[in-house]
Design a protein around this ligand. Structure first.
Ligand code: SF4
Length: 471
């Protein structure tokens, strides 16, 4: 048996029955209700929103992007950055007038932000027009929460704390049918000193491999071509479980599934990146030549204060090992600028890592103080103007590197998985190379989403490439 707590099937059956009651509630009213789900934060949250939509779909809801026509407006929130939390509260506050005009409208907030006690208390006392609040651990109980809010017309708060559990077989509503995220594990055990994730998403829980494989096989049957395996630290997959399988083994199993042509995964903690995993990446033909490997800071002194448990030198030698085995694959990373105590010399070490590794792109963040984490009370918090100045220098260097790397793509031909029309120009199609580069191209109506085509790159930019079909 998996050591992780699994939500018992009878509990999930109960939720399904309650979902049917909500469905009947709306049928009796003779109305097709609409929900507007607004998602902040990481892919884990995107994946949670797909499950929220899956459950709402079973309760009879359709979906809209317009607040005015919605019967439910639900914010699925992120707690990683203070700025994002403020934005959520601002957006929720702005809905007070709409709620006054439409008293039956349900407004809800869920996700990581609501898993913090001080936040849910603030919403309870100051945002009286919010009717539903639930944290990450109560997501599977959405049917029960909805029924209570609709039929008893009262505010429902479900923010119990727990180390977390796994709820399998929750319906999932996916927007696209070409690519899919599949969570392989939840939570994190690492306690990096700046990060709130272990507090709001609980400890690591690995899904059973047979459940993951079953889900991916079903997706393949529906025509999905690309899978992204998801977890806060996929490299420790299986460590918490009794089954004898690690992430390298899981990759090999997913690689065998007919119909799936591309596999990606994120996120990998450098301290847990094993030779076995690098070997598996080399052996599995469907694993794309791309690796997201957050380094966070270049100074070993800062890394120690972050509790990352590797040094700059260890990180760089890991990158060398990856490239020796996998060639010049596309690499991306996460970086925090202005961590407490970061000196100019420390920051220059971060720039040095950028120059040595030459990432294709990075997700860089100015350090954001999160109450409850050890870093929030560390001395020597860096003034904002210094943080911003360093951040701008980092972006300038990275943009130059990204552009130079992209220039190597010029006039070369790549296999592209076509994702559909471009969001900014509907006469242009868009897709990704195996390395994950976005390429826009004109197809004269020849392509459909899900096609694999060969594209010759005709123009390069910092963020994307332009190409033409090679017939
Ligand atoms: S590895 Fe560190 S940064 Fe990543 S989720 Fe876990 S605690 Fe947060």
């Amino acid at each position: 048996m998996n050591k992780s707590r699994i939500i018992p099937p009878e509990e999930l059956k109960k939720q399904k029955e309650i979902a049917d009651e909500v469905l009947s509630y709306w049928k009796q009213k003779g109305k097709k209700p609409l929900a507007h789900i607004i998602t902040y934060g990481c892919q884990q949250n995107e994946n949670d929103s797909e499950r929220i939509k899956g459950m709402l779909d079973k309760m009879g809801y359709g979906f809209t992007e317009e607040n005015e026509e919605a019967d439910l407006i639900l914010f699925n929130t992120c707690a990683v950055r203070e700025g994002a939390e403020m934005r959520v509260l601002g957006n929720v506050g702005a809905l007070k007038h709409l709620k006054a005009k439409k008293p039956d409208l349900l407004i809800g907030i869920c996700g990581c932000m609501m898993q913090q006690e001080h936040m849910s208390k603030q919403v309870k006392s100051k945002y009286k027009h919010v009717s539903i609040v639930f944290g990450t651990h109560a997501l599977y109980r959405l049917p029960e929460i909805m029924l209570e809010a609709l039929s008893d017309n009262k505010r429902v708060f479900s923010t119990e704390n727990s180390i977390g559990a796994i709820a399998e077989d929750i319906p999932v509503y996916r927007e696209g049918d070409i690519k899919a995220w599949v969570s392989v594990m939840y939570g994190c055990n690492n306690f990096c000193t700046y990060c709130i994730v272990p507090y709001v998403r609980g400890r690591e829980r690995s899904r059973r491999p047979e459940k993951i494989i079953e889900e991916i096989k079903e997706l393949a049957q529906k025509g999905v071509k690309e899978i992204s395996l998801l977890g806060q630290n996929v490299n420790s997959y299986g460590n918490d479980a009794d089954f004898n399988m690690d992430f390298a083994d899981l990759l090999r199993e997913v690689n065998k599934i007919d119909g799936i042509r591309r596999i990606r995964f994120m996120t990998s903690h450098p301290k847990d990146m094993t030779d076995r995993l690098i070997d598996a990446m080399a052996e599995c033909d469907k694993v794309m030549p791309q690796l997201h490997l957050p380094f966070q800071a270049g100074s070993s002194r800062v890394l120690e204060k972050m509790n990352r448990r590797y040094t700059k030198e260890q990180y760089l030698s890991l990158v060398d090992k990856v490239r020796a085995k996998l060639g010049n694959i596309s690499m991306t990373s996460d970086i925090i600028v202005g961590f407490p105590g970061e000196t100019e010399e420390d920051f220059k070490e971060t720039l040095d890592v950028l120059e040595k590794v030459r990432f294709d792109s990075v997700y860089s963040f100015i350090y954001s103080k999160r109450s409850g984490t050890p870093a929030a009370t560390m001395p020597d918090q860096i003034p904002e103007d210094v943080q911003h100045e360093r951040f701008d220098r980092l972006l300038e260097l990275q943009n130059k590197i990204s552009r130079e790397i992209n220039e190597d793509y010029f006039e070369k031909t790549y296999e592209l998985l076509v994702e559909g029309k471009s969001k900014t120009d509907e006469n242009v199609m868009t897709g990704r190379t195996p390395e994950g580069k976005i390429v826009n191209f004109n197809d004269d109506g020849k392509c459909r989403a899900g096609d694999f085509v060969n594209i010759k790159i005709t123009k390069v930019g910092t963020w994307s490439l332009t190409g033409e079909l090679v017939l």
